[in-house]
Design a protein around this ligand. Structure first.
Ligand SMILES: [Mn+2]
Length: 465
């Protein structure tokens, strides 16, 4: 059975349902997944409602209704099947649409999971779209949201673009007309909303000496190139608005800068996904900024607002989402400053800091990623924070970069192994992972992670993506 068979079986299960409850995750992938499926299902004339959860744990199960509806677990569920079973859910009333590793379980829940078929670079939103298209070819307009979910889950990161079925979906969007694929564009965040020097100053993938980490230095660099950086009315242009010639000039200057410092240039250019039906100079205009907007909604526990934006609400919901995005940035800046002011404790293969209860545990991972470029970026960073709703539990967020990945680092493996040994649980991706551990085991956990990282660094001398 291939993925296509799973998709057909999943779509048939949905078609047979009298009503559907979607239980989805609150991040960009979970929100876009929910909005794709909820729209596709209601277009079939089937009543559908949605529940969002931060993670599928015993406490969250109370939000899963005990009724006759088909329970559609999306962007979660594969790894928590025993919990579904313990909650009394039967195989007949459940469909799991997920891209996380499956947990062995006695009850054989039906799953649509791309990992089962060897596709690692596709998110739940990609699967949701494939189901939607199987339900009705007219759902091709929803491909755009699947691109947002895939990019939000970092599926385009390693390869500087989407690959495999996830890219096929982007092509669907291009065929429909609400996605534009730019095959060779600047691989940098903020190309639709930020002045170019801010984009470059904040970017560290690839790290460009004399530019990354300083918007002032980036501006001086650009000013020497004789390109037009401001509009006639005096405001800064965003990257997307620059002329083709000026973009070419800047990219070749950046390439030269990398070469001059003996760095590889491969990650400077990537494939990016633009949305021509969205207003210019807004975060809705490209996949990565759209995903950040949805993540901001999730982190402020307002996933429904993100979902409304996905369904096309450009009124109140969009205004609320934009406000959350702005606050999000302000608090992340504060967190970043706190990390830099407090300083990290360095071990041989790891650096860490404890932020206590000063910041919502939902954002510390982002702060960790940003701090890494300003600290010794050779060592993965680990940030601990107090869970506001459960002070006995410490939330751990770990981040690293492509440099360390190419040397064998795998944070997901490190978090899973080390947390298991102290009675916690971990997961995530190679480049970004997290764990929940008992508060009193913090030091033991950190030492264990350090040892795992040491093994990883030494086990592999070189690797290329
Ligand atoms: Mn996901």
């Amino acid at each position: 059975m291939g993925l296509g068979d799973d998709i057909r079986r999943g779509a048939a299960t949905i078609r047979d349902a009298d009503e559907v409850t979607i239980i989805s995750h609150i991040d960009a992938d979970g929100i876009s997944t929910e909005s794709i499926l909820a729209q596709a299902i209601s277009r079939e004339g089937i009543p559908v409602r949605s529940v969002f959860v931060r993670q599928l744990e015993p406490m969250a199960m109370r939000h899963v209704p005990k009724d006759a509806s088909l329970k559609l677990f999306t962007d979660l569920g594969a790894g928590q099947q025993n919990l579904l079973e313990a909650h009394g859910l039967t195989a007949e009333e459940v469909l799991i649409v997920d891209h996380h590793v499956s947990q062995p379980c006695e009850t054989e829940y039906t799953q649509v999971n791309c990992l089962d078929h060897g596709y690692q670079k596709m998110s739940a939103a990609g699967l949701a779209y494939m189901l939607a298209r199987e339900l009705d070819n007219g759902n091709i307009d929803l491909a755009k949201l699947a691109v947002v979910g895939n990019v939000g889950d970092m599926m385009a990161r390693e390869g500087c673009g989407l690959v495999g079925p996830a890219r096929e979906i982007a092509l669907d969007g291009a065929a429909y007309g609400n996605v534009v694929i730019r095959r060779h564009d600047l691989n940098c965040y903020g190309t639709s909303t930020r002045p170019v020097h801010v984009c470059l100053g904040y970017s560290d993938d690839p790290y460009i000496a004399g530019i990354s980490g300083s918007t002032n230095a980036a501006l001086r660099f650009l000013q020497k190139l004789n390109v037009t950086l401001k509009a006639d009315e005096g405001r800064w242009l965003v990257w997307e608005e620059l002329s083709f010639e000026d973009k070419k000039t800047i990219i070749s200057a950046l390439t030269q800068q990398l070469v001059a410092h003996g760095k590889e240039t491969g990650r400077l250019i990537g494939e990016i996904y633009l949305f021509p039906d969205e207003p210019e100079r807004t975060p809705l205009r490209n996949a990565s900024e759209y995903a950040t907007l949805l993540n901001a909604c999730g982190r402020w526990t307002q996933p429904r607002i993100g979902s409304s934006v996905c369904r096309g609400d450009r009124g109140t919901a969009y205004q609320d989402a934009e406000r959350m995005l702005t606050n999000h940035r302000a608090i992340i800046r504060e967190l970043l400053q706190y990390i830099l002011d407090t300083g990290v404790t360095e071990l041989t293969h790891l650096q860490y800091v404890h932020t206590g209860d000063r910041f919502p545990d939902t954002i510390v991972g982002i702060g960790a990623g940003m701090a890494l470029s300003k600290l010794d970026w050779h060592k993965p960073i680990l940030i601990m924070s107090v869970m506001i709703d459960d002070p006995e539990v410490t939330k751990v967020s770990a981040r690293t970069n492509e440099w360390a990945l190419s040397r064998g680092v795998d944070l997901q493996d490190a978090m899973v192994r080390a947390s298991e040994e102290v009675g916690g649980a971990g997961g995530g991706h190679r480049i970004a992972a997290g764990a929940y551990i008992p508060k009193e085991k913090e030091q033991e956990f950190i030492n264990r992670v350090n040892r795992v990282l040491e093994e990883q660094f030494t086990s592999q001398s070189s690797h290329h993506c």
